[in-house]
Design a protein around this ligand. Sequence first.
Ligand SMILES: [Zn+2]
Length: 460
Amino acid sequence: MSMARSLTLAVLLVLAAVIILPLVFFWPYLEGQAPVIELGAPLTHLGRQTPLRLAIKDEQTGLSMVKVVLVQGTKEISLLDKKFTGASIWDRKGEGLAEVSLDIKAPELNLAQGPATVIIEARDRSFRGFFHGNLSRLELPVVVATVPPRLSVLSRTIHLNRGGVGLAVYRATENTTLHGVQVGGRTFRGFSPWPQDPQARLCYFAYGDDEPQNAPIKLFAQDAAGNQATASLTVRLKWREFKSDKLNIGDEFLNAISGRFAGEAPAERQHSPLDTFLWVNEDLRRINHQKITEILAKSDTYQLWQGTFQRPLGKPMAGFADRRTYSYKGKDVSASVHLGADLADLAASPIKAVAAGTVLHAGPLGIYGNAVILDHGQGVATLYGHMSEVSVQPGQSVAVDQELGRSGATGLALGDHLHFSVLVGGVFVNPTEWWDPHWIQDNVELRFQEANLPWPRPVK
Ligand SMILES: [Zn+2]
């Protein structure tokens, strides 16, 4: 080997040691993939206290820093400035995930009401960007709003029955985005049906038959920033006990019901007719009520009905909120609450809309058999169950007294009858209030008179 060739080889070896080996070692540090910033929920407003949840990921070299800055005009407020050291450079990998959880309290930051910007920056441990790492930057335009809506009650004393309905009429400023009445753990959504007076609002709310005594009742109005104003309503609750009923069930009944629901019940609940009945009466009932809640999620802003509801024809067979115990061979096997009125007339008699409304559901509905659900606006709805025939379609407008179909014994029923329910905000309520003209006068008409507002019907 000549001298020159040896020298060349030596130079190459040195080059390999000085340039190529470090290059191979540090190659991963030259990655160009910036961190990914994910927002837990959209951030559009800063209220009195607004959560900011972030998940910041960097799968290649890991994170080196995360910053959150709030900018308004010339003001710059650092909300978070976090540096990640952790792993040494020889580990090639730093923090892959950072979860940030901040509660931004705008009133403590001396901000003006109005626009501001939240800037989120994250860098990784890459050698790019002159060793500063790859940068991800998110700029979120927000609105600072720390003044809650103003709320004033227009209703005087509301007389409420256990299992019954109340109507609250109130005024809330135009920055309100969500409003209504809370009863215990339930929230009833209010409506703004007076276009000529956009601050005027109403909310039908129910004192459910399952609500404990002394459940708190309050009015609320919330803005887009989550600021909430509350006001108390003067409510006089009349407590009453509901009827208890014992139903003796025999094999004939169980065979009929289990045969009817054989296609719906899960195989493991079909070991005996009693087992299938228990699934229908308890599990299917719960599934159906969940479905009804979903169907009732939408309701018209305007009151679609007038006067009072019509009482469906037929002899009363069972009442609202009857506590039913089912007894089989001398033993109590199941219990349920009857959330409507049962009315029996001639078989296959016409079933008519008790008030004008819009069809939300028309067809099979588990324990209620073939059923129709009508929306009457402002969260008020009616349900007609066990029908043999349904003659309306979802989406269709119906007039009061318009035929919806024919009575029958479909679902969890043996004899031909109508099961009729009234629901307010998805809660089953006592139907008798709605066909009583005195109740309508004292609990609906009077509320509008007290507030000096017309009946909230659509402007024609
Ligand atoms: Zn019934």
